[in-house]
Design a protein around this ligand. Structure first.
Ligand SMILES: Cc1ncc(COP(=O)(O)O)c(C=O)c1O
Length: 304
């Protein structure tokens, strides 16, 4: 088996040499935050491209600030470590990169007020998150954590218990993915992805004030829909029943990419097939992830 390398505490080391105690606060209390980044392999040019790399690390550093995890690295340094790590692993396929910043102390109580701040980056091949091109989804009875409970915009390690409970519920009920509502009952997002609906010629997505993670894929799609397709993009609260009358709906995220939603709570969305806007957005999105669209080539960082 090929060796697997990770970045840990300032160095690239073999994965098997990393030793993190089960006593550590990150494991016991979820005191950490993370990112999810993709690098797309382009067979034609035999090149691997990281997508919007610096923005992911800027978001991670913002998360760290909010959670009092004091890293000594800049976003530029973290980008550099990631490039070195991918080269060391010599990936020749599409890869998912997971940086995790966490409290490594073994002290018993869940306080963030300590200075054992650690940084780990690991990666693995990942093609499609879901085998399915179109999803049947349901609204979960679990409400999304709100900014004054666990700040969702920090990608908090512990906060993903909320996502996992929502996914569990809908998967057990035979659906492919969940939609979480805010505590006020507005549409928020999926367990690990943002949501869009298309209705009356507008592409609508919930605003940050509805406790969403401000997704980097979401931002890219808003830009593509507006600039390339001339569609009006609106950030506003969405009510549950508006989902049912949408002409189209889709998810966006680094892992989920752009995936069509064809059914919500057993109601067909539009004609129950992936919509035209979603198809166009998807095509534009995949047209730029491997540096082939000169207009957006700054979004891609070549690894080799
Ligand atoms: C809860 C949640 N919402 C949305 C997203 C989508 O964000 P991005 O497009 O930056 O991956 C993610 C994934 O990171 C997520 O975990």
């Amino acid at each position: 088996m090929e060796k697997s390398y990770v970045f840990y505490q300032g160095e690239i080391v073999e994965e098997k040499d990393v030793n993190i105690s089960f006593r550590c606060k990150a494991f016991n209390y979820g005191l950490g935050c993370f990112e999810g980044i993709r690098a797309y392999w382009d067979e034609e040019s035999e090149q691997l491209y990281l997508f919007r790399l610096k923005e992911h690390y800027e978001r991670l550093l913002q998360s760290c600030k909010a959670l009092w995890i004091n890293l000594s690295y800049t976003a530029e340094e973290l980008c550099q470590f990631t490039l070195e790590l991918l080269r060391k692993n010599n990936f020749k396929t599409t890869v998912y990169i997971r940086p995790v910043a966490f409290k490594g102390s073994n002290a018993l109580f869940p306080t963030l007020y300590d200075d054992d701040n650690r940084m780990l980056i690991y990666c693995q091949p990942l093609h499609k998150l879901s085998e399915k091109e179109e999803l049947r989804v349901a609204v979960s009875s679990w409400r999304r954590i709100s900014d004054n409970m666990i700040p969702a915009r920090t990608k908090p390690t512990g906060g993903y218990l909320n996502s996992a409970l929502a996914s569990l519920e809908v998967l057990q009920n035979g659906y492919d993915e969940a939609i979480l509502l805010t505590n006020e009952g507005y549409v928020c997002e999926g367990p690990g992805e943002n949501i869009f609906i298309f209705k009356n010629n507008q592409l609508i997505t919930p605003p940050p004030s509805d406790n969403i993670l401000e997704g980097i894929t979401r931002k890219t799609i808003m830009e593509l829909a507006g600039k390339e397709l001339g569609i009006e993009v609106v950030e506003r609260s969405i009510t549950r029943t508006e989902l049912y009358s949408a002409q189209e709906a889709f998810f966006s995220g680094t892992a989920m990419e752009v995936t069509s939603i064809v059914e919500i709570d057993n109601r067909k969305i539009g004609d129950g097939k992936p919509g035209e806007v979603c198809k166009k957005v998807k095509e534009l999105f995949f047209g730029l992830t491997t540096g082939k669209n000169p207009k957006y080539s700054s979004y891609c960082t070549a690894v080799y």
